[in-house]
Ligand binder design. Structure first.
Ligand SMILES: *[C@@H]1O[C@H](CO)[C@@H](O)[C@H](O)[C@H]1NC(C)=O
Ligand SMILES: *[C@@H]1O[C@H](CO)[C@@H](O)[C@H](O)[C@H]1NC(C)=O
Ligand SMILES: *[C@@H]1O[C@H](CO)[C@@H](O)[C@H](O)[C@H]1NC(C)=O
Ligand SMILES: *[C@@H]1O[C@H](CO)[C@@H](O)[C@H](O)[C@H]1NC(C)=O
Ligand SMILES: *[C@@H]1O[C@H](CO)[C@@H](O)[C@H](O)[C@H]1NC(C)=O
Ligand SMILES: *[C@@H]1O[C@H](CO)[C@@H](O)[C@H](O)[C@H]1NC(C)=O
Length: 758
């Protein structure tokens, strides 16, 4: 029975050669043993034990070394795994173990005899220990192996706490290890021990236990530092357009226009914080939105009034990464992606590769991610932790988790990517579950607006298309009593406009022209749409006050067509929630458009101001974006399954807060002037932490939903989060008080905690 299973397993390794190797090892062992015994016999029969003992000692040592070396070589050829030459439980190794043990026993006996002859000096002079005590503990005796015991690779409770994914991954391996030959080539053989070894040493999901000495594949290349790079031509060369589809033309213009400001900003930043000793990253930037396959014609429409918000973000990202000194590769076509992937030999293999990947970070959008997944198939998982997804609206944990989204019927074509939610990079700090990347608010005029610059009694309306003005006349009528109303509305030639007659329409203005107008205006008037554009921030940067329409009830995917299908349940409380929450008075007045009394009062209050100050939140300046992105690149580690890198943000800036009934963690933290910090949910997901926060837990259960951990105030029941992927800052539920990890933040740099900028 043993034999037959041995044959079948061996044949899966490539059979015959293995048996030949085994026989070779066997012969070698017999040969060594014979020589050893002959030598000893010779000594016994001689009359000069003292003189010969040195020779004998030398020979034993040498032969033992040769034997072990030969064994290691043979075995290494057999299993090219991280624990090649170590001993797991499969039958070939059993045979070797028996042979090894037998020769070790013989060597032991010889040593004893020698010690007798030499009066104990042999043991003292023994130059190397072939097998350490430590290894003896780990390697089972041959007899144990023969009867089918395996090494103790059991996980302690501590291991399970430290490596929460380990058990789940082992279950997966149990089912799937035969799904691809790469697992066997790493030495996985169907035993629990081989799963633990593979998952710890190759993939990093499980603890590295005592069996391992070899860390060969973990050797890091010597650190290459990133230097600040301010040469514009370098980045323009990266943005050459081999296909002449003009895909990068708009980006090149923006990068070039803002370049002097970027250069000034990096010098300021470098003067205020240490930017040396940053690892130089190899970054792939793949603009899926510009690819032909996306079908969006982004590239073609960029100079024809197409949506540009995304291109703004990409332009600024490219500028930041280049100036910070990283090595960039920029692609926008699937063929280029394929070419890069073909340099990764095991791109399509589901196992991790121990060879170094040609990139360390990949920035793309969801379109690019989908293209990448298609090209790598089951090999995707080894790249997944390298991704940073530029995703202007954000993806909430409930939508990101494919199975959960499916069960709850909220799976959209953008959701279900199963990444770490912080791998999504948003345009505004929407939900702390994602990372806030942002962009730069462009200043077309001089940066400094003098505060006492005279302003005319005019207001500029935010709305380029006539449909945005529909139904807003009563609202505008109130404002026109105080201010002359200007519009920048696109109207087709020869067509009569439906704008109120008192509106002075300038038509579509260029950036500098619009900013010139905003410089003279006291107000910039929101009409409720478009949501969350850059224009209100530009108006505020030019000293105009933004009148921001409040939504009650808030707009969301439940009640507003625009948000349908977007992977977020976010409730948008006004046209520009960032301006409402992070800027506020005196630069932003959030009002109900339908309550004309409120509008009237707001306008009067604004006109009482005699100075209009310009304001750009630091996080929307070049310097702020450089600081934030640099901190992310330095500290965000999505591939650190072994928790080797210290936690960022550090625990010292984190406070646990028990929210009010119905509150989300985003709200619970914000009411205490903190920001929810999802990377610290794990620490408070314990019975102890819940009982610390509240005394009303009658029992503590576990469940998988975005509201946990929390306490149900009606029933006094406490529930822990069962599925780590569902830790979520957003999401509140009536009668549930959530336990939330909150952190402090730098004013005007909400993505970073105090002291986290470097
Ligand atoms: C060597 O062996 C002999 C006989 O077995 C014994 O009497 C003697 O004590 C041993 N000497 C040492 C040093 O072990
Ligand atoms: C062995 O050791 C004993 C005591 O340590 C010593 O008296 C004796 O002479 C030694 N014999 C040899 C052969 O070295
Ligand atoms: C960075 O600058 C230092 C000093 O100027 C230089 O020695 C080093 O080679 C540069 N590193 C890279 C990667 O260019
Ligand atoms: C900006 O300011 C500089 C000097 O501070 C001046 O030379 C330049 O003309 C100004 N540009 C604009 C557009 O006002
Ligand atoms: C309208 O706004 C005024 C002033 O803020 C407020 O007193 C009033 O209650 C509001 N009316 C309605 C119907 O909300
Ligand atoms: C509970 O609170 C105490 C005191 O603040 C603290 O020392 C302990 O670590 C907390 N326990 C947990 C599990 O958070």
């Amino acid at each position: 029975m043993m034999r037959s299973s041995g044959v079948s397993r061996c044949s899966s390794f490539g059979g015959r050669t293995l048996w030949r190797r085994m026989v070779a090892i066997l012969l070698l062992v017999i040969f060594i043993w014979t020589i050893t015994v002959l030598n000893v016999t010779f000594i016994y029969t001689s009359n000069h034990p003292k003189k010969e003992s040195a020779v004998l000692q030398e020979e034993i040592v040498q032969l033992s070394q040769e034997y072990v070396r030969a064994l290691a070589q043979e075995n290494d050829g057999v299993v090219d795994g991280p624990y090649a030459g170590r001993f797991t439980a499969f039958d070939l190794k059993k045979t070797i173990a028996v042979l090894l043990e037998s020769i070790l026993a013989r060597l032991d006996r010889l040593e004893t005899h020698l010690n007798n002859i030499t009066n104990g000096s042999f043991a003292r002079n023994m130059p190397l220990s072939l097998v350490t005590d430590h290894e003896r503990q780990v390697i089972l005796s041959a007899q144990d192996l023969i009867v089918g015991k395996t090494e103790k690779c059991e996980l302690t409770d501590q291991d399970k706490a430290d490596f929460p994914h380990c058990l789940q991954k082992m279950q997966w391996m149990k089912q799937m290890w035969k799904s691809d030959p790469c697992y066997e080539s790493h030495g996985v053989d169907g035993s629990d021990c081989s799963y633990v070894m593979y998952l710890s040493e190759v993939e990093g999901w499980c603890p590295r236990k005592t069996w391992t000495k070899s860390t060969g594949h973990m050797i890091l290349e010597p650190m290459i530092y990133a230097n600040i790079t301010t040469n514009l031509q370098g980045v323009i060369d990266l943005l050459k357009d081999p296909n002449e589809r003009q895909g990068y033309a708009w980006i090149r213009l923006r990068v070039t226009r803002l370049w002097p400001k970027w250069v000034k900003a990096i010098h300021n930043l470098a003067a205020n914080q240490d930017l040396s000793k940053r690892r130089k990253q190899k970054i792939l930037i793949h603009l899926g939105l510009l690819s032909k396959q996306s079908g969006w014609k982004f590239a073609e429409n960029q100079f024809k009034g197409g949506p540009l918000g995304e291109l703004v973000q990409w332009s600024d990202l490219i500028s930041v990464l280049y100036i910070l000194g990283h090595q960039l590769t920029i692609t926008s076509e699937v063929e280029q992606l394929v070419q890069i992937l073909s340099a990764v030999p095991e791109a399509k293999s589901p196992c991790q590769t121990r060879k170094e990947l040609p990139v360390t970070i990949i920035y793309t959008d969801i379109m690019g991610l989908i293209q990448f997944k298609k090209r790598t198939g089951s090999g995707f998982s080894k790249f997944s932790c390298l991704f940073r997804i530029v995703d202007s609206f954000g993806t909430e944990p409930a939508f990101n988790h494919r199975v959960f989204a499916k069960q709850n019927k909220i799976l959209t074509s953008w959701g279900g990517q199963d990444l770490n939610p912080r791998q999504f990079f948003t345009m505004f700090p929407h939900s702390p579950d994602n990372s806030f990347m942002g962009f730069v608010v462009e200043h077309h005029l001089n940066d400094t607006v003098s505060d006492d610059q005279p302003r005319r009694d005019i207001a500029v309306v935010y709305g380029k298309n006539e449909y945005m003005w529909e139904g807003k006349q009563a609202y505008l009528d109130v404002i026109k009593e105080h201010l002359e109303i200007h519009g920048t509305v696109f109207t087709e030639e020869g067509k009569k406009s439906n704008l109120p007659s008192y509106v002075i329409n300038h038509g579509i203005l260029s950036g500098p022209e619009l900013h010139q107008l905003l410089r003279q205006a006291k107000m910039f008037i929101g009409l409720g749409f478009p949501y969350e554009g850059p224009a209100p921030l530009e108006a505020i940067a030019n000293g105009a006050v933004f009148l921001n329409p409040r939504f009650s009830p808030p707009h969301s995917s439940k009640n507003t067509k625009f948000f349908k299908g977007k992977p977020t349940q976010r409730e948008v409380t006004s046209q520009h929630p960032y301006a409402e929450v992070f800027v506020g008075k005196p630069h932003v007045y959030t009002i109900d458009m339908k309550n004309l009394t409120e509008v009237q009062l707001a306008v009067e209050e604004v006109l009482k101001q005699d100075t209009f100050t310009a304001y750009t939140p630091y996080e929307y300046t070049e310097e702020g974006m450089l600081q934030r992105m640099s901190a992310y690149i330095q500290h965000q580690q999505f591939c650190d399954f072994q928790h080797k890198v210290s936690k960022w943000p550090p625990s010292s800036v984190v406070t646990f807060v028990l929210g009010q009934s119905g509150q989300s963690c985003t709200q619970a933290c914000w009411t205490k002037d903190f920001i929810c910090e999802p990377s610290h949910f794990l620490e408070l997901n314990s019975e102890g932490a819940l009982r610390n926060a509240t005394s009303i837990c009658s029992g503590v259960g576990r469940s998988a939903n975005i509201y946990y951990p929390s306490v149900n105030v009606d029933k006094g029941e406490c529930t822990l989060q069962e599925d780590e992927m569902l830790f979520s800052c957003v999401g509140g539920r009536d009668n549930y008080r959530r336990l939330c990890p909150c952190r402090n933040y730098i004013p005007q740099q909400s993505a970073l905690c105090l002291g986290c900028e470097r």
